[in-house]
Design a protein around this ligand. Structure first.
Ligand SMILES: NC(=O)c1ccc[n+]([C@@H]2O[C@H](COP(=O)([O-])OP(=O)(O)OC[C@H]3O[C@@H](n4cnc5c(N)ncnc54)[C@H](OP(=O)(O)O)[C@@H]3O)[C@@H](O)[C@H]2O)c1
Length: 262
């Protein structure tokens, strides 16, 4: 499919204050001349990114400090998308929780599910409704995880939240066939970001995908309106294995990069 034309258009990027979302916003502005709407809770980081985008590329951006887990936050994000007539959305906001399932605090799971599941679902529904009213083509990419397919021991609730995201996006992409709105899911393995740094990995940063490379692949998936993308050869092999080998074996392999919590 030809790339969605986004030069001079507004593209909303959630999770823009850090990691993959931040790198994707820079890629959209630097490589495609799109104007990013930068969303996250940490205003100082969003403002720094806004200045960097202006300084490096001379591209305008907007900042929305909003918590995706709250109704009020999601309303403000949707209002900005409507106001600026955005044509694409890259949804990278997400939280994890690391450690044995029963050692984690229920309040951590609460925040995770409110952000990755409930908040994500409501924000997605709002964006689909807005985009459906557009005459031109629009695209949405949800940043999921390879862990959704393998399951993720020691990040079990996080992996489950991403499995929810995958099945939701797959169903929605069929519902939206024949409309001007396309949705897709992006399933990276480990990326070299703050989230991976908190994941207590056995080999530290080794084997993690470079964040800029991963972001370029995500932006390409968004613009080509791909239904599902697994970036990187190693991740694609792991994905194929998750589809063909016994589930218990894949789950054990997925637990290997983690240090065993005490
Ligand atoms: N790193 C990996 O190995 C990896 C692998 C596969 C998939 N992913 C996925 O990639 C995406 C980006 O993660 P990352 O690795 O770049 O991690 P990160 O550096 O920790 O970034 C996470 C982003 O999500 C935002 N966020 C979290 N909770 C939020 C909330 N309630 N409301 C609004 N924004 C919220 C954070 O912004 P604020 O804190 O400023 O709100 C931050 O910008 C996530 O969806 C993650 O699940 C990551």
């Amino acid at each position: 499919m030809a790339r969605l034309p986004i030069a001079e258009s507004w593209v909303v990027v959630t999770g823009a204050s850090s990691g993959l979302g931040r790198a994707a916003a820079l890629c959209l502005a630097g490589s495609y001349k799109a104007k990013p709407i930068l969303v996250g809770r940490r205003m100082d980081r969003l403002l720094d990114l806004q200045s960097e985008i202006e300084l490096r590329f001379g591209i305008a951006s907007e900042v929305v400090s909003a918590d995706q887990s709250t109704e009020e936050g999601r309303s403000r994000i949707a209002a900005k998308i409507e106001e600026l007539d955005a044509t694409a959305a890259l949804l990278a906001a997400g939280l994890t929780s690391v450690g044995r399932f029963d050692a984690n605090n229920i309040s951590d799971y609460h925040s995770l599910i409110e952000t990755n599941v409930l908040g994500f679902t409501d924000l997605l529904a709002r964006i689909v409704s807005i985009f459906k009213l557009r005459r031109s083509e629009t695209a949405i990419l949800a940043i999921s995880s390879l862990g959704a397919e393998t399951s993720l021991p020691y990040q079990a609730v996080y992996g489950a939240s991403k499995a929810y995201m995958n099945t939701l996006i797959q169903a929605l992409s069929i519902e939206l066939r024949g409309t001007s709105v396309s949705v897709g899911a992006f399933l990276p393995g480990g990326i070299d970001t703050a989230m991976a740094a908190q994941s207590d990995l056995r080999w530290g940063r080794m084997g993690l995908m470079d964040v800029d490379r991963c972001a370029a692949s995500a932006v390409e998936a968004l613009l080509r309106r791909r239904y599902m993308t697994v970036p990187g050869l190693g991740n694609r092999v792991a994905y194929l294995a998750s589809r063909t080998l016994p589930r218990s074996l894949i789950g054990r392999a997925a637990s290997f990069p983690y240090r065993r919590p005490q």
